[in-house]
Design a protein around this ligand. Structure first.
Ligand SMILES: [Zn+2]
Length: 305
């Protein structure tokens, strides 16, 4: 484990801390001595980002995710978390309602961008079920741990769905991923939302005290700050209690294409934003557009160090 004394997005040392620990299954699988590894949850108020201050080293990440959800993994995890074997099929069944809804959402979001699909890279998507189901017959390449590196700078769409919350060091991860995007390419980023929380819930409640697969909780603001630090510009987002979804493009996006989009911007889906990922669908459309589409970049830049 690698202890980070600073925010993993903005680098500040001004962090709030509270107690934490490591799940026994993770400690076992990654060969971590939980007794001698103090783990805390830390919150960066600048980024609105919550994460565990001990991050998995590369060898530990490989131990955790090599053979992820295969038969041996399921049996091993079930020994530490009885009942996992019974729950497991619903996580891997593409026909399950949760997976079907993700496929439908991805298809609809990409279609709403009004661009031809082009070459797609599924970055960290396991066997690539999501992109293969969403774009059957599409030119899709799936890239995950241990796969040969994809060609750089050629993908029109990079899909990174429910991966970032598992990643130990998001900045180098995002910088690496960006290299695969074509100059005019889009990134589709999806992270879990905050879940249903009572008003006034502590920020630390957004992630359980025990470190498991999810090692960070990204609010919409945290994603924005991360994108900006990596030279990516958000073009659209939806934040809900279930999920936070962003489209972003490279900051060096060709001006000609940017102007095209500017004049066709009514074709882009309107963003829905709200504090802490609460849908703000009740906001009148005009304000929503102003708040979400135009002030977005300015607001985020002002707060980015
Ligand atoms: Zn920060």
């Amino acid at each position: 484990m690698i202890r980070t004394g600073t925010c993993i997005v903005c680098g500040t040392k001004r962090l709030e801390r509270t107690g934490g620990g490591v799940a026994p299954f993770i400690a076992h699988r990654c060969h971590i001595d939980a007794a001698t590894t103090p783990v805390e949850r830390v919150w960066c108020s600048r980024c609105d980002l919550l994460f565990f201050d001990q991050r998995l080293a590369e060898a530990e990440v490989r131990r955790l995710y090599t053979g992820y959800r295969d038969e041996a993994y399921v049996l091993e995890r079930d020994r530490f978390e009885p009942g996992y074997r019974e729950r497991h099929p619903q996580y891997v069944d593409v026909q399950h309602e949760v997976q079907q809804n993700r496929i439908i959402d991805l298809k609809a979001d990409v279609a709403a961008m009004g661009r031809p699909l082009g070459r797609v890279l599924d970055y960290g998507g396991g066997d690539g079920w999501l992109t293969r189901e969403a774009f059957p017959g599409g030119d899709v390449l799936v890239y995950d741990l241990g796969d040969p590196a994809p060609p750089r700078g050629v993908f029109d769409l990079v899909v990174c769905a429910h991966v970032l919350e598992h990643v130990a060091f998001p900045l180098p991860f995002m910088n690496e991923m960006k290299m695969f995007m074509a100059p005019q390419g889009l990134l589709y980023l999806e992270v879990p939302g905050p879940g249903r929380r009572p008003p006034g819930a502590s920020v630390f409640d957004y992630m359980g005290p025990v470190m498991h697969e999810h090692v960070s909780f990204f609010s919409g603001r945290a994603v924005l700050r991360l994108l900006h630090r990596c030279g990516l510009q958000p073009v659209w987002s939806i934040n809900s209690w279930q999920v936070t979804r962003f489209f972003a493009r490279r900051a060096d996006y060709p001006v000609r294409l940017m102007l095209n989009e500017w004049f066709r911007r009514d074709r882009l889906p309107l963003p829905i934003r709200g504090p802490r990922g609460i849908d703000s669908g009740a906001i009148p459309v005009k304000n929503q557009e102003v708040a979400g589409y135009f002030r977005y970049g300015r607001k985020a830049r002002r707060g980015t160090p």
